[in-house]
Design a protein around this ligand. Structure first.
Ligand SMILES: [Fe+2]
Ligand SMILES: [Fe+2]
Length: 385
């Protein structure tokens, strides 16, 4: 058993014992003592330790703890508002015992929450909600969208996506663990505060377009999936499909991708090969990601049969492809490109509205417009520096 698993197991056992026997009981003392030992083991050789509890998953730092998938305490912690435990320095055993008593009270297991337990608690161990500041930075960053600041920068995720593209460019298999990790972090960033936040990156350097665009489409696809009240597993699937939708662009030479003027027919053909290339790259991976492959293949297909690639036996695109298509176009229009300025959100939404029923699935287009209108204040724009 790894140190993080031993620590959380010890913690949950101490909390159960506390619930059963109360604070001053030899059994509780023993359980607290053994939980404390797992804490010192956990801290040995490590700087800070942080756990995040999602309803069905536990993260240690940014890594999923697979042994604790569907761990009942994770849901219990998350429901009681304990979404995160951070430990970044020495904690004495009596301090740890007080933190446990307070936690048991918050969870409704034993006693009442008492301010003194908390106030006397150590500063090096914190339990609570994932903190994301929602401080408005004012309107200067964007005339049309309110700006919220996210408590973390998504820099590691950007680096991970950049590396993922490099791996695929070099002919290696898609590093799926990293791809899943990025989707999970984006989902975590979206749900870090009580109200959902949409962390969207704005482009600084053209070189970063593929990275920031993939992440934005992933966030928008998950948001739209949630707006449509789809199941969490489906929402994550859309997040992954959004992240990988343009993977085939690794095959397009840079000079064509960033060409400011009109494309020649040959160049256009190279661009239009990216959906099929992307689907192939995804299917060559170690896992069958059928949905992501379908979305990569179909994300430039139109609702009315237009778009590309041209298919010989016309059929309706998958719902997920229609969903990613709207998100894709919205993000592409909102981003400055070598050949045009960025559109405002209002302009991009008007464009989507005007092409509902021709380019876009009308139900998907209207759901997207409604979502962006309703969740306008929850968009957190960050420069991708
Ligand atoms: Fe594309
Ligand atoms: Fe795209």
């Amino acid at each position: 058993m790894s140190d993080p698993v031993r620590f959380l197991t010890g913690l949950s056992q101490a909390l159960s014992t506390l619930a059963l026997y109360g604070e001053r009981h030899p059994a509780t003392d023993r359980a607290v003592e053994s939980a404390y030992r797992t804490l010192t083991d956990l801290q040995r050789g490590r700087g800070a330790a942080a756990f995040t509890f999602l309803s069905e998953e536990v993260l240690f730092g940014r890594d999923l703890v697979p042994e604790l998938e569907r761990w009942e305490w994770s849901a219990r912690f998350a429901t009681a508002g304990i979404e995160r435990i951070e430990i970044d320095g020495p904690v004495s055993e009596p301090q740890f015992a007080r933190v446990l008593a307070h936690t048991a009270a918050i969870l409704g297991l034993a006693g009442e929450p008492r301010a003194e337990l908390w106030q006397d608690g150590p500063e090096t161990i914190r339990f609570g909600r994932v903190r994301l500041e929602a401080a408005a930075r004012g309107a200067e960053a964007s005339a049309s969208l309110p700006v919220a600041t996210l408590g973390y920068s998504l820099r590691e995720e950007r680096d991970a996506v950049g590396w993922l593209h490099e791996e695929v460019t070099a002919g290696h298999a898609i590093p799926l663990l990293e791809a899943y990790g990025v989707v999970r972090s984006l989902s975590l960033a979206m749900h870090g505060s009580q109200e959902m936040v949409l962390p969207l990156l704005t482009l600084k350097e053209f070189d970063q377009y593929t990275t920031t665009h993939s992440m934005n489409v992933s966030v928008l696809a998950m948001a739209l999936g949630e707006f449509l009240e789809l199941a969490p597993a489906a929402v994550r699937g859309f997040g992954l499909a959004g992240l990988l939708h343009d993977l085939g662009k690794v095959r397009i030479p840079r000079e064509i991708l960033s060409k400011p003027g009109k494309l020649t027919a040959a160049e256009r053909a190279v661009i239009e090969a990216h959906p099929a290339d992307g689907a192939r790259l995804i299917l060559q991976g170690q896992e069958a990601l059928d949905l992501a492959a379908v979305v990569a293949y179909e994300h430039h297909r139109y609702h009315d049969g237009g778009g590309y690639p041209c298919i010989h036996y016309p059929r309706a695109a998958h719902q997920a492809s229609g969903l990613v298509h709207v998100c894709d176009v919205y993000d592409a229009l909102r981003t400055r490109r070598p050949y045009r300025d960025a559109w405002s959100s209002t302009e991009a939404l008007a464009y989507i509205q005007s092409r509902a029923g021709s380019e876009f699935d009308p139900a998907m287009a209207s759901a997207f417009i409604e979502m962006m209108t309703r969740w306008d204040g929850r968009i957190s724009l960050q420069e991708s520096a």
